[in-house]
Design a protein around this ligand. Structure first.
Ligand code: ARG
Length: 554
């Protein structure tokens, strides 16, 4: 395991330190902006202009006053007042070098472990037994995996919960269909089970006799009928390897240890529902047991009038276990945005019932749809709704598997999660533009330079000189990595990490264009090579956090 970060690494980036120190003296947010030209230093603030207005004094005078009061000699070159009263800040080159060098030496790549570690349950993936995983499951699996990696890197204890749909009324018709067709459910592939599901569903709609048998079967099966349970078990058992195969293909961290399907809550349901009724949190309304929560049109039904339990009851039981047994401090759900209302109501009901104390956070992270280039929900070439594997196949038709995967994951994570995104493989696999393969390519290019340097016996030294503007911009950006990761962990916004890595790759390109590395000499060369290593490290770690592989060659 990586050791804790080295002593010398400050908890915040250079821009953040600067902001904090100026604010401490000035009393308001200096609103630091990156300088528009290298001759203006690195950052510029208009704080004097703002203060001048409220104080009714000339802005340049206010600026000069502030400059005299700010003690930033350890961090910045002497401050300058520019134009109508802007203050220009230039970070000292030795500070930039020392910061980049500390990052290079840090086992945790500049990620600062939280001082308040939490137990974080992440509910993601959750495919349904006897059904193919579809594009929605692709998104929840990729997004949840990224949260898992980011929160883990920040020192939280992540407890993934794969709430697979392995229970429910659909098993009534599935079991009847298996009986009618006389097939061995244990020998089906997931594709075949999916087809069986579709045949059963079609018959359920069209054939009243079949439908009533299916309903009777639900009662039998949920009442513990051994023969029904045997078929159910077979369907579950053939589904799991197929889910695992998808996880292997996607390169995500989920394992069987994370499985906590709906069926695992069965025994809790009657107990929980009784409790709710006893305490008066749930009341009978029109035969159904309901929890009324303010702000929702309809109540949350915890026991249907026929005595059955549904999706919502299981979710309440899941919260109870996550808080009571798993001791979660924070619970994150990654599903389709359309389930937002469901979770808002379940959280409110759980708070009312006392299952979810105020100090435990519950967050629903909704994601949008995957669209085809025609702007409609993505379909496979033959026009059927896309399965997860058909999507992966489509991407692998135009790129090697690790690049195809990078393309898909990056496209999925780099927009706001709530937004729909267009599955345009041709664009997504490009190695130019804002794509996953572009970042992989940047990483491979740096690796190539470092390989060359090694072959030429140019052993890497330390980052000591950083005099060129492009070197300095790169170092400044590197110093922000830890902060970005913390922010993504708090706000669950992977697109911020994508944007950061994209900027980093861009800053590296500018540096590479403007500052010869292998063709420079002495300390400048060894310092630039070390800067390349620091960039490689941050890119690789950043890609890892997105679940994307960082190839050494491409
Ligand atoms: N199985 C559900 C689906 O495929 C998602 C379950 C999400 N998690 C939960 N706790 N309800 O849509």
């Amino acid at each position: 395991m990586a050791a804790m970060s080295s002593q010398s690494l400050p908890a915040s980036s250079l821009p953040a330190q600067l902001t904090e120190r100026v604010q401490a003296v000035v009393g308001v947010d200096p609103e630091m902006r990156p300088a528009t030209k290298p001759q203006f230093g690195h950052f510029q603030s208009n704080v004097a202009l703002r203060l001048a207005k409220s104080e009714g004094r000339p802005p340049r005078e206010v600026a000069a006053d502030l400059v005299a009061r700010l003690e930033l000699d350890d961090l910045c070159e002497p401050l300058e007042v520019a134009g109508p009263g802007f203050i220009n800040f230039r970070i000292k080159s030795e500070v930039l070098a020392a910061t980049a060098e500390a990052l290079l030496a840090d086992d945790n790549d500049g990620i600062v472990p939280t001082d308040a570690p939490q137990r974080v349950v992440i509910d993601y993936s959750a495919p349904n037994v006897a059904k193919q995983m579809h594009v929605g499951h692709l998104r929840t699996t990729i997004i949840g995996d990224c949260f898992n990696r980011v929160l883990g890197a920040l020192g939280h204890t992540v407890i993934p919960q794969n709430h697979i749909g392995d229970w429910g009324t659909q098993f009534g018709m599935l079991i009847e269909q298996v009986h009618d067709e006389g097939i061995d459910a244990g020998a089906l592939t997931l594709d075949e089970a999916d087809a069986l599901y579709k045949r059963a569903a079609a018959r359920f709609r069209a054939d009243e006799e079949f439908a009533s048998r299916a309903r009777a079967r639900v009662a039998l099966f949920q009442g513990g009928d051994e023969e029904s349970l045997a078929v159910w078990r077979q369907l579950v058992e053939i589904s799991k390897p197929a889910f695992n195969e998808a996880y292997r293909r996607l390169g995500v961290l989920l394992t069987d240890d994370d499985l906590a399907g709906e069926s695992t809550y069965n025994d809790d349901l009657p107990v929980l529902v009784d409790e709710l009724e006893q305490s008066g949190v749930a009341v009978v309304d029109d035969g159904a047991l309901c929890v009324f929560v303010d702000g929702f049109d309809a109540p949350l039904i915890v026991r249907k009038s026929d005595g059955g339990y549904g999706y919502a009851t299981t979710d309440l039981a899941a919260i109870r276990r996550r808080v009571g047994t798993l001791h979660a401090d924070r619970i994150i759900y990654v599903t389709d945005v359309r389930q937002g209302g469901h979770f808002a109501q379940v959280f409110a009901a759980a708070r009312k019932a006392g299952f979810l104390p105020d100090d435990v956070a519950a967050e629903h992270v909704g994601y949008g749809m995957v669209l085809g280039t025609d702007g409609k929900p993505f379909k496979t070439r033959d026009g059927s709704a896309a399965t997860l594997s058909s999507l992966l196949d489509a991407a692998e038709e135009v790129a090697a598997p690790n690049i195809a995967l990078a393309a898909i994951k990056y496209a999925d994570l780099s927009n706001g999660l709530q937004k729909d995104y267009t599955f345009d493989v041709e664009r997504m696999v490009q190695t130019t533009g804002d794509t996953g393969p572009y970042l992989q390519y940047a990483h491979a290019r740096i690796s190539q330079i470092l390989r060359k340097a090694e072959a030429e016996g140019l052993a890497g030294g330390a980052i000591t000189v950083l005099d060129e503007p492009a070197e300095q911009q790169l170092a400044l950006l590197l110093s922000r990595f830890g902060e970005v990761v913390s922010e993504v962990g708090d706000a669950l916004t992977p697109h911020k990490l994508c944007g950061y890595l994209y900027d980093l790759a861009g800053a590296y390109s500018s540096f590479y264009e403007q500052c010869p590395v292998l063709r420079s000499e002495g300390e400048v060369r060894s310092s630039r090579l070390a800067l390349c290593r620091a960039t490689q490290k941050v890119l690789a770690r950043g890609l890892y956090l997105l679940g994307i592989d960082a190839p050494e060659r491409m």
